[in-house]
Design a protein around this ligand. Structure first.
Ligand SMILES: Nc1ncnc2c1ncn2[C@@H]1O[C@H](COP(=O)(O)OP(=O)(O)OP(=O)(O)O)[C@@H](O)[C@H]1O
Ligand SMILES: [Mg+2]
Length: 300
């Protein structure tokens, strides 16, 4: 009798466990059995087995959900990328085809203009592919941070100088407020240069003739605060939460122009995330936009 009772008691729990495993399998590994409640220490090996199975199934369900999320993100990205590549590509194709078909009837000036438009779109494509590649590397955390002390004043002046020609041709005033007494910052100089380039480029591109783009750095607590402001049209409040998303371009940015893919701010934000810094924006329509972040000062 005693032996029978023991066997029954043992097999009852094993049958329960087997049933739970079967239910988990039948759900396509997507529904874990309700976790055992209480932190009661397992009684014997069977209890321990059941507890382990429950933990394991919970983990499997989480990981499958995680994989699905990543997969969805990747699919969205591919869809976005192909959409954004298609427009300029179709344009290059169209202009080149027209050029070929109508060559005898086109004037020299028209031919030149067509070639210039095709070239502009193909340049845009090259930049976009390069930016996508950079963003993918940043996302995959394949980019190693080479943190070193450097002077933001020098870097800022360097970047401003690079935009001088573009700014002058657009009638925009470029201004740097960079005191040489700024503390050195500890960051990846190449990546921070990228952030400044993206922000200043946006400023110059959006500011109408007669406006001003300024880069201001000043000490702020333990670090240095960097601010890139412009006197352009600014960004509407409804757009503000989205401008850091990849491929987002605010309305009125001329969605059909070859300029810009909507990746610049996403890249800048990712880079600052890697530096444990946050890129914030302040803007009101018609008063301009202002992008701000801080960098940690280097140890003296
Ligand atoms: N200084 C600014 N003034 C007004 N709008 C801006 C400014 N900076 C960014 N924006 C808006 O935010 C959007 C996203 O900017 P982002 O830099 O990510 O993309 P982009 O400049 O369009 O393209 P890319 O930088 O990839 O060449 C822009 O399309 C624009 O609508
Ligand atoms: Mg940009």
């Amino acid at each position: 009798m005693a032996a029978l009772l023991i066997v029954h008691w043992l097999t009852k729990r094993l049958t329960l466990l087997a049933r739970e495993m079967e239910a988990f399998r039948a759900s396509g590994f997507s529904e874990a059995p309700a976790l055992l409640h209480g932190s009661k220490p397992p009684g014997d090996e069977i209890d321990l087995l059941r507890l382990t199975f429950h933990e394991m199934s919970g983990r499997i369900v989480d990981q499958i959900a995680n994989l699905r999320d990543v997969d969805r993100l990747r699919r969205d990205l591919v869809a976005n990328v192909s959409h954004d590549l298609r427009t300029p590509m179709a344009s290059v194709h169209g202009y080149l085809e027209t050029l070929l078909l109508k060559e005898p009837t086109l004037t020299e000036a028209d031919k030149r203009r067509y070639l210039q438009v095709a070239l502009k779109h193909s340049r845009g494509l090259t930049t976009m592919v390069a930016e996508l590649f950079e963003l993918a590397k940043l996302d995959a955390r394949e980019v190693e941070l080479h943190v070193e002390p450097f002077s933001l004043c020098e870097l800022g002046q360097d970047v401003l100088q690079r935009f001088e020609l573009l700014a002058t041709s657009r009638g925009v005033d470029l201004e740097g407020v960079l005191s040489p007494s700024l503390p050195m910052v500890a960051a990846d100089i190449r990546l921070i240069e990228r952030v400044l380039v993206n922000l200043i480029e946006n400023g110059v591109r959006h500011t109408p003739e007669g406006g001003r783009v300024s880069l201001v750095c000043h000490p702020d607590g333990e670090g240095v605060l960097v601010q890139v402001s412009d006197t352009g049209p600014g960004i509407a409040a409804v757009e503000l939460p989205h401008i850091f998303e990849r491929f987002y371009r605010a309305a009125g940015t001329g969605a059909d122009s070859a300029e810009g893919a909507g990746l610049g701010l996403a890249i800048a934000k990712r880079i600052l995330d890697l530096h444990d810094s946050r890129l914030s924006v302040r803007s009101e329509p018609n008063t301009g936009a202002s992008f701000i972040f801080t960098l940690r000062a280097a140890e003296p």
